[in-house]
Structures are given as C-alpha cells and as structure tokens.
Design a protein around this ligand. Structure first.
Ligand SMILES: [Zn+2]
Ligand SMILES: [Zn+2]
Length: 169
C-alpha cells in the first residue's frame, strides 16, 4: 500500500465512503482497505468520522497554512484570523470553491446546490442518515403507509425506483 493510497483511504473514509467503493477507487482489495481502517480507527460510523475529520481539519489546517497555496501563516493575536497568505490566494481559492453545482438528493430527490463539489449525494445530513439506515428498519413502515393510502413524505429514491419498476413489470 502506497502513501497515496493510505491518504486516499483516509480522505474517503472521513467522507463516509464505504470499504467497497474505496477499494475500487484505490485499486486495493476490500479486505486490505478494511484492515487498514480497523488498524487506524477509521472503522466507526460515518457521521462520527465526519465530525472527527472536521476537528482534525480545523486544528491542523485552518489558520495554520494558507488554504490555497499551503504556505505557513503568521497570525497576529488581534483581529480576525487569516486563512490565506494573500488576497490573490483568497480570490483563487474562492473562485475554485464557490462554483455551485446543482445536484439531486439520492434520498428525497430534491434539487440542491453544493459549493465546490460535484459529487455530493444528499441535500442534508438527515437525508444521508436516513438513506443509510432506513433501508431495513423503515421499509416495512413505508409499505404499511402505502397500503393505508397515507401520503409518504420523503420516499427514498431507491425505494421509489423499486416500486415503480415493479409496477411496470
Ligand atoms: Zn497562499
Ligand atoms: Zn434530501
């Protein structure tokens, strides 16, 4: 396993990506990805990992080095903390990261905008959580509601597709 692969595993794990997808993205086997994650304590719940990641990023990155060029920042003790070494770095970073992508939430299907990233799947943490943990537990509840002709809010896209595809057969 190369340093680059380790780095990539960490980054993806911190974003809540599963072992299988990481294996594909890094060209490693699922087992070695999982073993590495267990060794490094990266095997917890994705939401916890994301929280941890934000903490690490804030401590190690924010206000320490320029977000754009990585140069070490000198902070003075008064006034606002600096995130960039210069105005041109600030502009460059913002240009790259303020591009708004219009995406569709994989859980509720709603359109949402994401800044700087074109691969986000969910409009919110709530939808992310629901789509991940809903599949088994709440499918029965949804089925129940459908049978009782109750309006089902936020029908997961995967479930809606499933219902529709069944209807067409
Ligand atoms: Zn800079
Ligand atoms: Zn959503």
């Amino acid at each position: 396993m190369t340093n680059g692969q380790r780095q990539k595993i960490k980054m993806l794990r911190y974003q809540g990506v599963g072992y299988g997808k990481i294996a594909k993205a890094t060209g490693l086997s699922r087992d070695s990805v999982r073993n590495y994650c267990v060794r490094e304590g990266l095997n917890g719940y994705a939401t916890e990992l994301v929280t941890e990641y934000r903490k690490v990023m804030t401590e190690e990155m924010l206000f320490v080095v320029c977000l754009n060029c990585g140069m070490k920042l000198e902070q003075n003790n008064c006034g606002r903390k600096r995130k960039y070494c210069s105005l041109s770095c600030k502009r460059e970073w913002e240009k790259d990261h303020r591009t708004a992508y219009v995406l569709n939430c994989e859980y509720c299907g709603k359109e949402f905008k994401a800044l700087g990233v074109g691969w986000r799947k969910y409009c919110s943490q709530e939808c992310y959580r629901r789509d991940r943990f809903w599949r088994e537990e709440d499918a029965a509840e949804v089925a129940q509601k459908i049978l009782q002709f109750k309006k089902v809010n936020h029908l997961p896209v995967w479930l809606r597709d499933l219902l529709l595809s069944d209807a067409e057969e």
